[in-house]
Design a protein around this ligand. Structure first.
Ligand code: 6PG
Length: 468
């Protein structure tokens, strides 16, 4: 029987597009989906492709050349685990399973260990870029056995996005590291999206600009240091009209959903003791957005500021907003990479941060011009704990921090919610503060619980009898 070179499981949009991407790069592909409907649709809509449908997992597995390279692109969690558990009944030793879903990294570690013990290879590959990325070239973050990675590298290079001819794929590290990096990517994605939304709100509610005017501002910003995929799509979103020739954005409900990857990163931050305040706020504001009923009642009962603040020089103020967005965006990447650095130590992954930032340059949702500066910082010193302590970022933040203060003051005075902008300046001020107010926390802890404290003037641990 003539066998295929690669297998893809999961024929929803992402899996279908990934299969087409692989086929477009010259590979023959076997496909399988839990329900035959999707499989049939792929075949029907894509005639004359080297894609063969299979309707049982066993026949699908048997149709692939050994050692098999099987990409899984099904819903993360239960569905992925079920597919893998079925798959291992049919595959052979040294076959490679590439899990491309947003698998929780702890599950990724478990699956990796289980499969390795059985003699199979598992690559937990974070994939970013949405539907288009899957088809035309995503950013790929593969973690797992290095030998297995090398075996699939030629395919990964061909199917991934390119940044100036450099494939956006690099080996991340052992076991769950690939999915961990994808989780970090998604957290940064959340905060960047939220920062752009807050910017839009200030321009709309604070400066009374319309969609077209805001579109022009984003278009202009996209030509400079803020250049990024998320700014690009935002400018397009703002001028999209629906059937009634009205701006679609004005008809979209403010209740924002999530699939949990941002939440995972926040939970992990708490465990690692990482002050991940921008991303946590980005998750919280989605939660607030979902208590719509309460918000509607609150909007009628809880009042905001009375004063009307007018900006005299709008052009100048828009420049300040631009700087605020770039400043906060920097803090968001800084926090993401700082968490990654802690995780790398905890899990002994020995992550290469400049290589990870390189992957993000094309194909993924957080691709942005700013990444080149992050890469440069890590190339100069691979061991930096926080990019905010490097030359480029010190200069920018020093120059831009006052703009953010003005923008936030304006928003607060108008009652415009900007939780992530606020978190950004608060983090900045806390981070640069050599003596925080937390000396008082220590005193209070010692007062009520004899938890002890350290002193600034001498070494050792102290306890005071606060009440005579
Ligand atoms: C990507 C995205 C993607 C993610 C969606 C939805 O890199 O292509 O991160 O993996 O699932 O963006 O995420 P939420 O539903 O949690 O917003």
């Amino acid at each position: 029987m003539f066998k295929q070179q690669v297998g893809v499981i999961g024929m929803a949009t992402m899996g279908k597009n990934l299969a087409l991407n692989i086929e477009n790069k010259g590979y023959t592909v076997s496909i399988f989906n839990r329900t035959p409907k999707n499989t049939n649709e792929v075949i029907l809509n894509n005639p004359n492709k080297n894609i063969k449908p299979y309707y049982t997992l066993q026949s699908f597995v048997n149709s692939i050349i050994q050692p098999r390279r099987i990409f899984i692109m099904v819903k993360s969690g239960k569905a992925t685990i079920e597919v893998i558990n079925c798959l291992i009944k049919f595959i052979n030793k040294k076959d490679i399973i590439i899990d491309c879903g947003n698998t929780y990294y702890k599950n990724s570690i478990k699956i990796n260990n289980k499969l390795n013990k059985m003699g199979f290879y598992y690559i937990g590959a974070g994939i970013s870029g949405g539907e288009e990325g899957a088809l035309k070239g995503p950013a790929i973050m593969p973690g797992g056995n290095l030998k297995a990675y090398k075996l699939i590298l030629p395919i990964l290079k061909k199917i991934s996005a390119l940044y100036k001819n450099e494939p956006c794929v690099n080996y991340i590290g052992k076991n769950g590291s690939g999915h961990y990096v994808k989780m970090i990517h998604n957290g940064i994605e959340y905060s960047n999206m939220q920062l752009i939304s807050e910017t839009y709100f200030i321009l709309k509610k604070g400066l009374n600009l319309n969609n077209k005017q805001i579109n022009k501002i984003f278009e202009n910003w996209n030509n400079g240091e803020l250049n990024s995929y998320l700014i690009e799509i935002t400018k397009n979103i703002l001028i999209k009209k629906d059937k009634n020739k009205k701006y679609l954005i004005d008809a979209i409900s403010d209740e924002a959903n999530n699939k949990g990857t941002g939440k995972w990163m926040c939970k992990e931050a708490l465990d690692l003791k990482e002050p991940l305040c921008l991303i946590t706020q980005s998750v919280f504001i989605r939660y607030i957005s979902n208590i719509k009923k309460q918000r509607l009642i609150a909007s009628k009962n809880l009042i905001g500021p009375k004063k009307i603040y007018k900006i005299k020089n709008k052009i100048n103020f828009i420049k300040k907003i631009q700087k605020s967005l770039y400043f906060s965006k920097i803090i968001s990447y800084a926090q993401g990479f700082s968490q990654l650095s802690k995780a790398s130590k905890k899990y002994k992954w020995n992550l290469n941060f400049s290589n990870i930032a390189k992957i993000f340059r094309s194909g993924c949702i957080i691709r942005a011009k700013l990444l080149q500066n992050i890469i440069n910082s890590y190339i100069k010193n691979p061991n930096i704990e926080n990019i905010l302590l490097t030359k480029y970022f010190i200069n920018i933040t020093n120059n831009y921090q006052n703009s953010l203060r003005d923008v936030i003051t304006f928003s607060i005075q108008l009652g415009i919610p900007t939780p992530v902008f606020n978190a950004s300046i608060t983090y900045y001020d806390s981070y640069r503060c050599s003596n925080l107010s937390t000396n008082l926390i220590q005193a209070q802890r010692d007062y009520f619980g004899a938890h002890t404290y350290k002193r600034v003037d001498k070494n050792g641990i102290y306890h005071t009898k606060w009440i005579k």
